[in-house]
Design a protein around this ligand. Structure first.
Ligand code: PLP
Length: 389
């Protein structure tokens, strides 16, 4: 008998990750133009590495930190949350996590009982859907309004609420669409949460990468949301620290110990060497963040120009944030199967993209492409796409 019968349904029902599948298929092909990953290709800035190296040399990284994270790091996080997010945070309200993802997972486990419903505006970061599934919760996918630049459908969200609804989970700026939900939209969401006694779990991984006058708004900055918001952040995108695996979350003081009960069995604490790197990131010069933002903005322009040249084959919403976009494939035959399209594009044109279905059913018919790559990579990919289509 295969191992399946000995595997829990909570993981058994999760399909293969389309992103990892495209990476696997890409590895079998030479000279791929790679637009699949939402991972910064820049290296971590030197002063951040130096902070980690010094901590190693001083013998400070061999043990665990407290589960909540190093105190000086949490103090710097509080300063950042007050300065940049308008969140009136205290050290006792911060938990350092293994990237945003472990914080999100711990938050979901702390909030969701089996069968509880979590509303997710989709398309969304597929990891959120999986986290709800692993907690034996029920993801309730509410489509964004694509015709209005992937805005939140507030009326549909209200309609989706049932007595089993426990939480709402979103990322803004959004992976995969690049939408920055406005303050007005998020205030409406906060009202819904307060009226229905829900928790809102946010993923603010791309908070610093917003363009065209968009402003990142943290729902945790609304005073009434205390106890109703768990806000997850990360060093991964802001400081190009993907592999360091360090992030943090903010929640009410009495919620933090409950999330910590889920955090400890999964992680004990975030990697201590990475916590020192994160400390150096927050204490050091912030020019690198502005430079990354400028680089992504320039790359977004290049990608949009190249997409405009194949306007018969793709329509798109110009992303207001993140470094991702989500064009719709216009097929003469009306076919919607983005997975088949992505696989063919990889096999025949050697361009790696991610099929939109990976981000929920409303993602079907789309590709997710990433512009956190060198501009030459965008040109190489689109020279091939132009020839292909
Ligand atoms: C929306 C979003 N959240 C979280 C992450 C991962 O964050 P971390 O590396 O901090 O776990 C990603 C990475 O692609 C992402 O797109």
């Amino acid at each position: 008998m295969g191992a399946e019968s000995r595997i829990a349904n909570r993981v058994g029902q999760i399909g293969k990750s389309a992103i990892h599948e495209m990476t696997r298929l890409s590895s079998q092909i030479d000279d791929v133009a790679f637009l699949s990953w939402a991972k910064p290709t820049s290296d971590t800035p030197q002063h951040i590495k130096a902070g980690a190296i010094k901590a190693i040399q001083d013998g400070r990284v061999g043990g665990y930190s407290t589960p909540a994270g190093l105190l000086p790091l949490r103090e710097e996080i509080v300063t950042k949350l007050r300065r940049d997010n308008d969140v009136n945070a205290e050290v006792s309200e911060v938990l350092v996590t293994v990237g945003a993802v472990e914080g999100l997972a711990a938050a979901v486990l702390a909030v969701i009982d089996p069968g509880d419903e979590v509303i997710l505006p989709t398309p969304t970061y597929s990891t959120h859907i999986q986290q709800v599934t692993i907690a034996s919760g029920k993801p309730v996918l509410v489509p964004l309004i694509e015709a209005e630049d992937f805005r939140l459908d507030i009326a549909a969200i209200k309609e989706a609420i049932t007595p089993r609804t426990k939480a709402l989970m979103y990322c803004s700026p959004s992976n995969p669409t690049g939408t920055v939900f406005s303050e007005a939209e998020l205030r409406q969401l906060a009202e819904i949460a307060l009226e229905n006694n829900l928790m809102i779990i946010t993923d603010e991984a791309y908070e610093y990468f917003v363009f065209d006058g968009n402003r990142h708004f943290s729902i945790g900055s609304i005073p009434e949301m205390k106890g109703h918001a768990i806000s997850c952040y990360t060093f991964t995108k802001t400081y190009a620290m993907t592999g360091w695996r360090v992030g943090y979350l903010h929640a009410a003081e009495d919620v933090i110990p409950q999330i910590t009960k889920a955090h400890i069995p999964m992680a004990i604490c975030a990697p201590v060497v990475s916590q020192y790197a994160a400390l150096a990131a927050l204490q050091g010069p912030q020019d690198c963040v502005a430079e990354f933002r400028q680089k992504y903005l320039a790359a977004r322009e290049v990608m949009c120009e190249r997409l405009d040249r194949v306007a018969d084959f793709f329509t798109y919403v110009k992303p207001g944030g993140s470094y991702l976009m989500f064009p719709r494939i216009l097929r003469a035959d009306g076919a919607q199967d983005a997975t088949a399209f992505c696989k063919a594009l990889l096999q025949d044109a050697h361009v790696s993209t991610t099929p939109g279905i990976a981000f929920g059913p409303t993602g079907e018919g789309h590709l997710r492409i990433s512009f956190c790559v060198p501009e030459e990579m965008i040109h190489k990919a689109f020279d091939r796409i132009e020839a292909y289509v």
